[in-house]
Design a protein around this ligand. Structure first.
Ligand code: ATP
Ligand code: MG
Length: 457
């Protein structure tokens, strides 16, 4: 069973190394020398994974080749199978632990579980016998900013890190160029880099991997996807998502209590989700207190006979109060484009929550029956909490597998859980575009059944 993707291995990088000038080979070991099959791993990991082990990402049996459509490569076949590389410890490892200097960096926004992943990476590196482990402060910025010193990460520094949210290393957006980052890595002698971040951070990690490749450096760059929005392709879920959905319940419940206790009360809760409405959809489904859920993937009208406002009027008449849950990226076409960008170049979205509050107030005022509209934006409260038990476990397994992947000699990869198994995927495959809610999916329809909302078009 061949993998759907081939994941980059450091030996591939040095195939033509013999033809290179010796300066380029400075820190290179020839694949024909002692690491041809890798060094033996001292540590017993309760079972090793073979490099050829595969995980079934997806299997579908279609009723006919026709219904399989483009998914079927073979016109006579009605099966689709996709296999990917299995994560885990290898019996033969690519790095001698005593020669490793590992660095960990966290970029982008906060997400529950960052400290759990950092902690587990450090613990696993120590088990392999790595002595030099450094934290890069405040994201990629920490590679270039002369005022920022790298943070030594012995076990005692990370031991209780998971008990609080945030990132003990700090995060940031923007920062130095890829070539400056790799210069700094060379100076510091870093040959394993663990990068925790979202799509931007992963684009950076892949660029760092390619730059190291270009410079013929034996450096393993391994990502751990951090997206609270759960918007990464091919993965069942990303860490922090579960915690976010759970924490969002408190905001929704407060909005409900406020709305329910007010005369003609309406509560609006804005949740994270720039391009994907997974948090809003799951939180609405879980809470059972949401009357209207609005996500970026599904367009809606506000005014008009089938609009959100008319439906709110209907709910107020029927129940006396209403709760709206909106993802931050929803309804952006109603808002003036801000044209503003953050330090990483991401477009700053308009505030759909404030807009909804104003429009709802105006609508009911115009009718002479004012509504009491309250708006809650719990974003920063949710991002900063510590991971719940389920995310804590996910973080631990991802952190361990990130280290196993680097020791196995992979670079330019990221770790994830696909179809309930832990896997390694090439970075470009998972960040080519964000995973979004399928408006025709059963899950979205379950959400609609739960809220009772119609199509707002
Ligand atoms: P979040 O989901 O919180 O937004 P993110 O990883 O997408 O996380 P960004 O602020 O977009 O967060 O990017 C994080 C870091 O990655 C920044 O330091 C930014 O400079 C860098 N970065 C973003 N895009 C690229 C890219 N295409 N190439 C190289 N570096 C990038
Ligand atoms: Mg991003």
């Amino acid at each position: 069973f061949e993998s759907r993707f081939s994941i980059p291995h450091l030996t591939d990088i040095f195939e033509d190394a013999a033809t290179l000038p010796s300066t380029f080979c400075l820190r290179m070991r020839s694949p024909t020398e002692d690491f041809a099959d890798g060094y033996p791993s001292d540590e017993k990991w309760h079972g090793y994974i073979n490099n050829n082990d595969r995980v079934l990402l997806k299997v579908i049996k279609f009723s006919s080749p026709a219904s399989a459509g483009a998914e079927c490569i073979d016109p006579d076949c009605s099966w689709v199978e996709q296999w990917v590389h299995r994560a885990g410890p290898r019996e033969k490892i690519y790095f001698k632990p005593e020669e490793v200097k590992a660095a960990i960096v966290t970029c982008g926004g906060l997400c529950p579980g960052l400290n759990d992943v950092i902690r587990q990476i450090v613990i696993t590196l120590e088990i392999y016998g790595v002595k030099k482990i450094a934290g890069i402060p405040f994201g990629y910025r920490g590679f270039a900013d002369k005022d920022l010193r790298e943070i030594p990460l012995p076990r005692n520094v990370v031991q209780n890190a998971h008990l609080s949210g945030g990132s003990l290393l700090g995060v940031s957006r923007g920062g130095p160029s890829v070539s400056d980052i790799v210069d700094s890595m060379e100076e510091r002698g870093i040959n394993m880099l663990f990068v925790l971040g979202g799509n931007g951070t992963h684009a950076g990690a892949n660029a760092i991997h390619n730059e190291c490749r270009k410079r013929r450096l034996t450096v393993a760059v391994v990502g751990v996807p951090k997206t609270i929005d759960n918007d990464i392709l091919l993965m069942d879920k990303t860490f922090g998502f579960d915690t976010a959905v759970e924490e969002a319940q408190r905001a929704i419940n407060s909005a409900y209590i406020e709305a329910h206790s007010a005369y003609r009360g309406i509560g609006i809760v804005k949740l994270m989700g720039r391009s994907s409405g997974f948090i809003a959809m799951h939180a609405s489904l879980a809470s059972g207190q949401v009357d209207i859920c609005l996500i970026p993937e599904v367009s809606f009208n506000l005014r008009g006979p089938h609009g959100v406002l008319d439906h709110l009027k209907y709910i107020l008449g029927k129940k006396g109060s209403a709760v709206v849950c909106v993802a931050e990226g929803a309804g952006q076409d109603f808002l003036q484009e801000t044209k503003a960008k953050d330090a990483s170049g991401n477009i700053v979205l308009g505030d759909i929550g404030v807009y909804l509050q104003q429009e709802i107030k105006r609508y009911f005022n115009e009718m002479g029956t004012p509504a009491d509209v309250k708006y809650i934006d719990p974003t920063y409260m949710i991002r900063a909490v510590r991971a719940n038990a389920s995310d804590g476990i996910l973080c631990a397994v991802l952190g361990q597998n990130a280290v196993h992947g680097a020791f196995a000699g992979y670079s330019g990869i990221t770790v994830g859980i696909s179809n309930t198994h832990y896997v390694y995927l090439p970075i470009p495959e998972v960040i080519s575009y964000p995973r979004v809610v399928d408006p025709n999916s059963r899950m979205w329809h379950r959400c609609l059944t739960s809220t009772g909302q119609p199509d707002f078009l």
